[in-house]
Design a protein around this ligand. Structure first.
Ligand SMILES: Nc1nc2c(ncn2[C@@H]2O[C@H](COP(=O)(O)OP(=O)(O)O)[C@@H](O)[C@H]2O)c(=O)[nH]1
Ligand SMILES: [Mg+2]
Length: 446
């Protein structure tokens, strides 16, 4: 199931109001997180507009002047705003991303004035969750959050739809039945209630989920978890190397974010990327975030990736541990990977930081995804984890069935091979289940 379609490049600008109560560091952290989230959605961010204000503009989030400035850039009009570089090469801007949750009318006004789609922080995150939701429960949970978010925005759209909409929703409109807006509101409420019931029913299926996990036990699966920007996707690419997607039936639904460790190992290890934790997660999205993370439960090993160069990493580490526990993933073995050590000051500072981390978190890995030797070492650590359970055995293959030799080499580590009059003996190391399967297969050809 190869769904990696060449997407048309999409461009965006970011707009953010810096409130006096927010420190420069917090403000910058939130912005860079939004840039990462935008990148996840496939946007190239061309420019960031920042405005210092004591509060959001009630009409359009940014003040009038700033809205015009953004409008000029977005529409590639040479503006009266000389300090704004013109839109390079006249890129068509697909969206203005706002680094706050704004009201439906603020979003609408900003859209109308600039002629460009506006996505606020919540919408951006919802879109990412929507793309990442895989299980039925996660899909339902994300849809609930989306509907809750859309409901007031539909009302706004209806208001703008013009006099008919308004007439019908007027006080005297009772005889004519419900207005569009009322109807939509009710539909949304009903749908949310329906989804909630589904989720309750699915909770009862938790047992099935456990069964599914057992079914997959034969598969060596690693999931990368951690905050957005910790380097999960970079590590995933470095570890799997290839652009080749894994076409494995069990993982077919997991599409593009599952790849095999490269070069291939025994056992074959599949690596999957999960939706990243978000520092500035709107409260209403907590439940959908957790359910989207549930694929971590399917892994036999979690790599918890932490940005060691982020001053707030300790708090992030705690939150990650807590959430993993809440979704029941605390039973999955875990390796803490402190990444971006190259980004922690000079060499002395890096060495000190690494030593400190190793003392505080025994068995952790300290590394940089940018250093191939350290990536190779992590790869070895992962393989070693899965090889713990391998068994050694001797397999016999009659000369008449030598076409099956390839099967042995593809599925096991061959330690020794010798032949006698009847066939070949292979001293191999592999997963118990795999070896049992091969033995059965060979017995049948005899
Ligand atoms: N300096 C440094 N940057 C890194 C390292 N790993 C990732 N990055 C950068 O950090 C940013 C976020 O990485 P990404 O893999 O997208 O993070 P994700 O959100 O966890 O998937 C990207 O700009 C990467 O190039 C590292 O080890 N060192
Ligand atoms: Mg990523």
């Amino acid at each position: 199931m190869q769904r990696e379609v060449e997407e048309k490049p999409r461009y965006a600008v970011i707009a953010a109001v810096h409130l006096p109560s927010v420190s420069d560091i917090e403000f910058e952290a939130s912005l860079s997180e939004l840039r990462e989230l935008a990148k996840t959605l496939g946007y190239t961010v061309l420019k960031t507009f920042i405005q210092n204000r004591s509060s959001f503009d009630t009409t359009g989030y940014l003040g009038v002047g700033k809205r015009q400035e953004v409008g000029c850039f977005v529409n590639n009009e040479p503006g009266e705003f000389e300090e704004v570089p013109s839109n390079p090469n006249g890129y068509e801007i697909d969206a203005i991303l706002v680094d706050h949750e704004i009201s439906p009318s603020q979003a609408r006004n900003l859209e109308v004035e600039t002629g460009c789609e506006v996505l606020d922080r919540t919408m951006v995150i919802l879109e990412i969750f929507h793309r990442n939701a895989r299980s039925r429960a996660a899909k339902a949970q994300v849809e609930i959050a989306r509907l809750g978010y859309m409901a007031p925005r539909l009302r706004e759209a209806a208001k703008l739809a013009g006099p008919q909409g308004r007439q019908r929703s007027g006080v005297g409109g009772r005889g004519a039945g419900e207005s569009h807006t009322e109807l939509d509101k009710r539909k949304i409420r009903d749908r949310i209630a329906e989804l909630q019931l589904e989720i309750v029913a699915m909770d009862a299926e938790r047992q099935t989920q456990r069964a599914r996990r057992q079914e997959r036990q034969g598969l060596a699966a690693v999931a990368l978890v951690g905050y957005t920007n910790a380097g999960k996707s970079t590590l995933m690419r470095a570890l799997t190397g290839s652009e080749v997607l894994v076409a494995n039936k069990l993982f077919a639904t997991l599409d593009t974010t599952v790849r095999a460790l490269h070069p291939e190992s025994v056992p074959r290890v599949l690596v999957s990327d999960t939706v990243g934790f978000i520092k500035n997660l709107p409260h209403g999205l907590v439940a959908s975030f957790k359910s989207t993370l549930d694929e971590a439960l399917d892994a036999s090993l979690l790599l918890h990736v932490i940005d060691a160069s982020d001053p707030g990493f300790e708090r992030q580490l705690e939150v990650t541990d807590k959430v993993l526990k809440e979704i029941g993933a605390d039973v999955v073995p875990r390796i803490r990977v402190f990444n971006k050590i190259d980004h922690v000051g000079d060499e002395t500072a890096q060495a000190e930081c690494a030593a400190d981390l190793r003392t505080r978190y025994p068995d952790c890995v300290v590394m940089s995804a940018r250093r191939p030797d350290e990536v190779a070492q992590l790869r070895q650590t992962i393989i070693a984890f899965f090889q713990q359970d391998l068994v050694e055995e001797e397999l016999f293959l009659p000369w008449s069935a030598q076409q099956l030799r390839g099967e042995i080499y593809a599925n096991c580590q061959v330690l020794d091979e010798r032949g006698d009059g009847d066939g070949a003996f292979f001293k191999v190391r592999g997963e118990a289940e795999t070896l049992a399967r091969l033995r059965d297969q060979f017995a049948q050809v005899r």
